[in-house]
Unconditional design. Sequence first.
Length: 153
Amino acid sequence: MDKPKDGKLTFIKIARVMTYLVYAYVIIATVFLVLGFFLLLLGANPATDFVSFVYRIAAHFLEPFRGIFPSHQLSDSSYFSSAGLFAIIIYGIGAMAIHAFINYLTYKMQKHQLELEEYQERHEAAEQQRAQAKRSSAPSTSQAKSPQPRKRI
């Protein structure tokens, strides 16, 4: 017998996949923000392709935090970006919260799958008991038939 279809389990699986997508976005944002923060702090040359790529991507993730704190110039080419550090902290907290939510969804999914399996086992056991009761209450085939007379040869 197949497992019964369950909308709750499907919903949990879809929510888990969507949460993983958001989690991936937050992790990627954090990585680019950290790279950008350290490249800016160490005074990396923005004319190089890698550094300009990291700065462009990091700027996208930094946009909601821009202007909250001023940047502090440390030398001719290096800056300490307080807004960048704040964004890293906020994205990190968001990543931890999403990770906890993924763990919660995984727990709920496993618990619900176990409940479904237990339900299915109980259902199958009940079906077997009904079939066994039906067989024992019906007269056996050897007792139900009357003896047939022997043929003479």
